[in-house]
Design a protein around this ligand. Sequence first.
Ligand code: SF4
Ligand code: SF4
Length: 295
Amino acid sequence: MKSHKPTIVWYQAVTCNGNTHSLLSASSSRLELFLNSFDLIYHPSLTIDTTLDDILKLKDIDFLLVEGAITSDEKYYSINQNSTKNILEKLSQKAKYIISVGSCASYGGVHKKFEQNDDILGVEEIIDTKKYKNLKHEIVNLTGCPVHPEWILQTVFSLNSFSRMSLDDEKRPRELYSNLAHHGCTRNEYFEWKVEGDFGQKEGCLFYDQGCRGPMTHSSCNKILWNDVSSKTRAGMPCIGCTEKDFPRENMLETKKNIGIPLDVPLGIPKRAYLSITGVAKTFKIDRLNKKLMD
Ligand code: SF4
Ligand code: SF4
């Protein structure tokens, strides 16, 4: 199995396949460039020539992309009578780069939160990078439920070209996660003047009642648009903070408040300052915005 292109193995553990679906909804020109630039030698649903057993016999893999949470509990989840942890460790010995694709691979995600199994982990919690001689880089976490397809492509292309990426404290690429979902949202003016909209409406901010987490969520969803045209907030759905470690939270479509004041305020703003500014903003009635909301 000789290839002159960098090889990619996509390993699926405990997953709903959401990140695979997301990859397939990348713009066609980008997906084509990706498939022409790399050799996707294994994906359980997208490739047919190679089995996981074949991959386990290889000496090297350039990129190991992991989708889904990991468990050592074979009764809970196994592949060919092997635990997902056991297979991950074998694959990791061969990889130059390991990328956790999505929140489940990064932190355990929804499985860690709701299942009774306390043995659900993210890749980073299992793989001690110092033990793996082939590895050239820290494990990269691409959080999101699912992750944006363009973030996967940009990460693989960047690592392949430059061998390095600057990561934040959660091991996410800074160039993709240093913005907040709030940045670039078309509803920013409503946010400033505290004009709330309703779920599914085209106008109005979704922060004050609908639970929008855009101002606290590291993501470039309103800068690198989904399907090149949209995002949750553009479509009238609040951001539910799917790139953060505390996702999923309970009652995600409501804003938790104390005496009418949101419990969580935008990142980096002291609560007292936030309250003073919004208190002043609320005293203004911006007819132009209210009219747009009604129209
Ligand atoms: S809808 Fe959310 S992301 Fe958009 S301006 Fe309001 S708080 Fe920010
Ligand atoms: S807008 Fe928020 S919830 Fe939606 S994908 Fe982006 S980070 Fe996740």
